[in-house]
Structures are given as C-alpha cells and as structure tokens.
Design a protein around this ligand. Structure first.
Ligand SMILES: [Zn+2]
Length: 176
C-alpha cells in the first residue's frame, strides 16, 4: 500500500490485524522494541501481538512516523479542547465493524505523517509535521492482513496542521 499526503501535514491513523487471527493485531511496544526506536521509518517492521511480522515499511519520503501518540477520540478531544468532534477512534470503530470487530479491537496505532518528538527529559507532544505535499509511505504486507485507516479529522492540535486535508491510498497486488 502507498499512502500519499496530498497537501502535506496530514496524519493517517493506521491499524493492521493478521487476517487469519485478528487477536494477532498491531503491537506498538513489540514494534518499538524490535526497531530499538520509537519512530517508524523505512525498514521498520510492524509486529503483531504474537510477535508476527505483519507489515514492513519499505519506503518513506517523510521521516519519523509516530506510534506513541495513539489516535484522537471524542473523549480526549473533549478533555483537551472542550469540544465534541469527529475522531479517528470513531472512524476506526466504523471501519472495524465491517470485519466484525469493534472498540475492544482498537490498540495503540501508527500515525503516518504525524510528528511526536521525544525530548531528552522525556517530554513528548504532537508537533508540526515535516510532511510536505506529495510525501508518501509504502507499506508491504508480510502475511494476509486486515488494514484500516482513519484520515485524521483533528483541527485542534498540529497533527494535521490544524486543517485536515485529503490523502490518497493506493493498493498493489503482491508480486508472485
Ligand atoms: Zn485523529
């Protein structure tokens, strides 16, 4: 799959599941431990709950995709910004319902193009993304997966540059 940030600074929230056993879903901690890094870049393998290699990032024109910040939700937006909003969590629930999954299947996810730098003192915060118009990330499935995305509708922090915009998703058949 290729995700293209058409206008720049647009977070794409992403989850994947082993299609043969959806309990074996993306595991951010396993992924960071194996990468020895909190950021996702070209070469990073996305590991599952059972340490399965689910997917691999094969190319990325934008650095340091996030996997520690999680997705936005109605509840978090309300306590942080005092507003009830659209959210990635609601989008995930909607998409997962197509695969007989639901809110208990949502785990800490990947946010392509979202920037959450971590300081020496451990400080972390969503900050302005370096992603520019046309930046892309390529992700290859290593087993059969169910992959769901939410094009983040966040307007109240810099995840999407305060102005959510379209992304393009391209899918390609595996080379035999
Ligand atoms: Zn979001």
């Amino acid at each position: 799959m290729r995700f293209i940030d058409l206008e720049g600074q647009q977070a794409v929230d992403f989850l994947c599941y082993n299609a043969h056993d959806t309990r074996d879903r993306y595991n951010a901690a396993n992924t960071m431990k194996m990468a020895e890094n909190v950021f996702i870049n070209a070469g990073t393998v996305l590991y599952g709950e059972y340490a399965t290699e689910l997917m691999r990032i094969t190319a990325s024109s934008s650095p340091n995709h996030n996997t520690i910040g999680g997705c936005c939700s109605v509840e978090m937006n309300f306590i942080r910004y005092g507003r009830r909003t659209h959210s990635c969590r609601a989008n995930f629930i909607h998409e997962l319902s197509k695969f007989e999954m639901g809110e208990s299947d949502i785990v800490s996810n990947v946010n392509f193009f979202m920037s959450v730098p971590v300081g020496q003192d451990g400080h972390m915060a969503i900050s302005e993304s370096p992603s520019k118009a046309g930046d892309f990330v390529d992700v290859v499935a290593l087993v059969d997966v169910i992959a769901v995305i939410s094009n983040c509708p966040q307007k109240y922090n810099p995840a999407c540059g305060y102005s959510p915009s379209p992304v393009q998703v391209e899918t390609y058949a595996r080379k035999q």
